[in-house]
Design a binder for this molecule. Structure first.
Ligand code: COA
Length: 314
């Protein structure tokens, strides 16, 4: 369904700034990543989104394409970031059909609330595999293409780039590992790894013209992430007590993405851009807090009332 522009990107960016550019996005059918891609497509880019669910990914690609007449958006389903070969074929196909890869968003992630008592080794590993290995696989599959783009779009920081920007990657992370959070051991460890990976890419690939940054969203409304992390009901009470007094919007993450990929973000490298309305400074008011600490942990109970709850073994 075509979305009104004000739901996914602000008016401050110039139309066409990403013309003739291609963005490759893992987890692109998700609520946050699809808004990031939609904003880039609106501003001129073509896109390739990948996901595990073929139908959902293809449907989202067609939907994102409505953001700009003439946009080309590929939706490649049945691609699991845990499988390097399937990711590689997706990246190769993106280049074959769309002509290159200028920007990458490593957005695929797994999340659910579980205490260590409820978290098996395999559950921990699943999130590590999706978030950390999946992000690394994404880097490996796309870096040769990003490097080609970086060579073409190198900037001295003074002359406006004639052909725009390129050779940039953003990892979508989180803020929970800054302070730690109950029920999020697996995700805290994984996201710390994702941040470290982003920094490593900056250090090793920066000399070749790559920029590698992290966007760390806080609580963002109407997302699958928040359905998995919070029981909070009405939008009127969501985010009360946070410094900005509300949950964020996907548009606010998309705007941060546009900034980092644009000519305005040239010299931002190896950085974490937190977009959370100040929430991480007050972790006691964040998502998941309705599971009373420490009583809930002492009960060893499974989390209920959120999306992605543990399934009983048949
Ligand atoms: N609590 C505890 N353990 C859980 C769980 C929960 N809520 N949900 C899944 N698990 C466990 C499973 O029981 C399994 O462990 P086991 O083999 O020891 O029983 C392990 O996690 C893997 O689950 P499975 O469903 O087989 O893995 P999957 O690869 O199909 O799914 C997940 C991966 C678990 C991360 C799933 O939540 C997912 O697909 N998430 C993607 C979407 C998402 O999280 N989006 C939000 C991003 S912010």
């Amino acid at each position: 369904m075509p979305l009104p522009k004000n739901e996914y990107v602000s008016n401050v960016w110039k139309d066409g700034i990403f013309a003739n550019k291609v963005v490759f996005c893992t987890g692109g059918a998700g609520t946050i990543c699809s808004a990031q891609v939609r904003a880039l497509v609106h501003l001129g880019a073509d896109a390739c989104i990948i996901g595990r669910n073929a139908e959902k990914t293809e449907r989202m690609a067609a939907d994102i394409a409505t953001a700009r007449p003439g946009a080309r958006v590929l939706g490649l389903g049945d691609v699991d970031v845990r499988k390097p070969e399937s990711l590689q074929s997706a990246a190769d196909r993106c280049v074959k059909e769309l002509g290159g890869i200028d920007f990458v968003i490593a957005g695929a992630a797994g999340n659910f609330l579980a205490s260590m008592a409820q978290l098996s080794t395999n559950a921990f590993k699943s999130v590590m595999d999706i978030d950390v290995l999946g992000s690394y696989n994404t880097v490996k599959a796309t870096m040769p293409y990003l490097l080609e783009s970086a060579v073409k779009h190198r900037t001295d920081g003074k002359t406006p780039p004639a052909n725009g920007t390129g050779g940039r990657i953003i990892f979508v992370s989180a803020t929970i590992h800054y302070t730690g959070a109950p029920l999020q051991t697996h995700v805290s460890v994984a996201k710390a790894g994702v941040d470290a990976l982003a920094h490593a890419v900056c250090i090793e690939q920066g000399p070749r013209g790559i920029t590698s940054n992290v966007i760390a969203p806080g609580p963002i409304g109407s997302t699958e992430g928040m359905q998995r992390l919070s029981r909070a009901g009405s939008t009127a009470t969501q985010g009360k007590g946070l410094p900005s007094g509300r949950w964020g919007t996907v548009k606010e993450i998309a705007d941060a993405t546009v900034f980092l990929f644009s000519d305005a973000g040239n010299y931002v490298n190896g950085e974490i851009l937190v977009v959370d309305g100040g929430a991480w400074h007050m972790p006691s008011t964040g998502p998941g807090q309705e599971f009373q600490y420490p009583d809930f942990l002492l009960s060893d109970a499974a989390v209920t009332g959120v999306k992605g709850g543990k399934k009983a073994k048949l």
